[in-house]
Design a protein around this ligand. Structure first.
Ligand SMILES: Nc1ncnc2c1ncn2[C@@H]1O[C@H](COP(=O)(O)OP(=O)(O)O)[C@@H](O)[C@H]1O
Ligand SMILES: [Mg+2]
Length: 380
C-alpha cells in the first residue's frame, strides 16, 4: 500500500475495537471492502476504494453521490462486468452465498440474468435496435431456461410486458425499441431484467432520463415488483429525494468511498456528513421553501487518479479547518455517528446502524448541521 491508501479500519493498533452489531449474515448481497482500480494511460483510477454494505431480500439500498463517485463501477463489479485485463478488483462480493470476485467468467454469466440483473439509465444500451423487444426478452429467458419452448418463452415475455404495465403486450412484443416511448422502453428493459426472477436487481439511475410523472410510475413499479418477487434492490441515483421515496437504507459515496451509511430515516432526518448536507440542500423536493435558492456544493468532484489526501471531501468542506489538520492528512474511518472520537474500529465497515466517516466530533456535527440547514432553509 502506498501512502495514499486509506487505512480502512482506522488505526487498529492505537484504538480499542468497538464491538459492532454485524449486518445480517443472511443478507442476499454482501460487499466487503470492495476496491476497484483501473490502469489507464493517465495513472491508476481508484474508482472504488474500500466500500462495504449488505442488502437483504425485500429491502432497497439507495446509493447516492455526485457523478464520478464510483456508483456504477460498484454495480458493474457486483455483476462481474468489468474487463479483467484492465481492472483490479479486491475484497468480497457474495451473492446468495457465492463469491463473485475471482469467479470464472462463465459462472458469473450464469448468475447474471438469473440471480442478479441490472437496469441501466439508458434502455437503448440494453435493447438491441435490430431485434423486436419481445424477442429480446424471450431470448433472455431462454438463456437461463434452455428447455423452454419458443412458444413458452414468447408467452413468458408477453406476461412480463403486461406485468410492467405495457398496454397490448402481445402486439407490443413484435415491435422494435424505436417504436416505444422512453418510458415504455424503460418498462421493457425492466421486463427483460426481471424475466428470470432475479433475487438481486440493480437499478442504475433508472429514471434520470425520464420526466417526473414517468419517473414516479417507474419507481412505483419497482416497489410493486419488489413486493411480488421479494428481491433485494440497489437503486443508484444522485437524487436524495428519490432515495427518500423508495429506499430502506442509504449509502452516500464520495470519491469512491463510503462517507455515510444508515437507514433512510437516519440519513435524511439526521444527516451527519457535510457532504450529505450539501446533497440534501441541492434537492428541490426536500427543500422546505420551494422559492429558496438551492445551494449547490461548492467546487467539483475530485479526480479519482489524484484523490485529495485525508478526507477526500476536505477541499470542498466548509468545516474542514475545524479538525486540527486531520481532515487534510488522515482518511476518516467509517464509524458509528455517536462513537467517541478515538474509537475507530476494525470491522465497522460491515456494521449496521448509522455510520459516518468524518473527523468532526458528534456534538460539533450536530451544532454545525443546525447552522447549515438554517442557512439554506431545508425542511425537517
Ligand atoms: N473502465 C474504466 N476505466 C477507467 N476509468 C473508469 C472506468 N469506468 C469508470 N471509470 C472512472 O471511475 C470513476 C467512477 O465512475 P462511475 O462509477 O461511473 O461514477 P458514477 O458514480 O457517476 O456512477 C470515474 O472517475 C470514471 O471516470
Ligand atoms: Mg453512474
Amino acid at each position: 500500500m502506498d501512502s495514499s491508501d486509506p487505512a480502512p479500519s482506522g488505526k487498529p493498533d492505537d484504538h480499542p475495537t468497538v464491538p459492532a452489531q454485524r449486518a445480517n449474515e443472511d443478507a442476499y448481497l454482501r460487499v466487503s471492502d470492495l476496491r476497484v482500480r483501473f490502469d489507464t494511460e493517465d495513472g491508476v483510477v481508484r474508482a472504488v476504494d474500500g466500500v462495504s454494505f449488505a442488502v437483504e431480500r425485500g429491502r432497497t439500498l439507495g446509493i447516492v453521490g455526485e457523478s464520478g463517485s464510483g456508483k456504477s463501477v460498484t454495480s458493474l463489479a457486483i455483476l462481474g462486468l468489468h474487463d479483467p485485463k484492465r481492472t483490479t478488483i479486491t475484497g468480497e462480493i457474495s451473492v446468495g452465498g457465492r463469491q463473485v470476485v475471482g469467479l470464472a467468467d462463465e459462472e458469473v454469466r450464469r448468475l447474471r440474468g438469473r440471480d442478479m440483473a441490472m437496469i441501466f439509465q439508458d434502455p437503448l444500451s440494453a435493447l438491441h435496435p435490430y431485434y423486436t423487444v419481445g424477442r429480446q426478452i424471450a431470448e433472455a429467458y431462454r438463456v437461463h431456461h434452455p428447455k423452454a419452448s419458443r412458444r413458452a418463452a414468447r408467452q413468458r415475455a408477453i406476461d412480463m410486458l403486461d406485468r410492467v404495465g405495457i398496454p397490448q403486450p402481445a402486439r407490443r412484443f413484435d415491435q422494435y425499441p424505436h417504436e416505444f416511448s422512453g418510458g415504455m422502453r424503460q418498462r421493457a428493459m425492466i421486463a427483460m431484467s426481471l424475466v428470470n426472477d432475479p433475487a438481486l436487481l440493480i437499478a442504475d439511475e433508472p429514471t434520470t432520463a425520464l420526466d417526473v410523472t414517468v419517473q414516479a410510475q417507474i419507481l412505483d413499479l419497482l416497489a410493486d415488483l419488489q413486493a411480488e418477487f421479494h428481491s433485494a434492490i440497489i437503486l443508484i441515483t444522485h437524487d436524495l429525494g428519490v432515495v427518500g421515496q423508495v429506499a430502506d437504507e442509504v449509502l452516500v459515496m464520495y470519491g469512491g468511498r463510503a462517507v455515510e451509511r444508515g437507514s433512510v430515516e437516519q440519513v435524511l432526518r439526521a444527516p451527519q456528513h457535510p457532504y450529505t448536507w450539501g446533497l440534501l440542500s441541492s434537492v428541490p423536493s426536500l427543500h422546505g421553501d420551494a422559492d429558496a435558492d438551492l445551494l449547490p456544493i461548492r467546487g467539483n468532484p475530485p479526480s479519482l487518479i489524484n484523490l485529495p489526501p485525508g478526507c477526500a471531501f476536505h477541499p470542498r468542506c466548509r468545516y474542514a479547518d475545524r479538525t486540527g489538520g486531520r481532515s487534510q492528512s488522515e482518511v476518516p474511518a467509517l464509524r458509528p455517528v455517536d462513537a467517541a472520537d478515538a474509537t475507530d474500529a476494525a470491522g465497522l465497515a460491515e456494521a449496521t446502524g448509522h455510520l459516518v466517516a468524518c473527523h468532526l466530533g458528534a456534538a460539533e456535527r450536530a451544532a454545525l448541521y443546525a447552522e447549515d440547514i438554517a442557512s439554506v432553509g431545508v425542511a425537517r
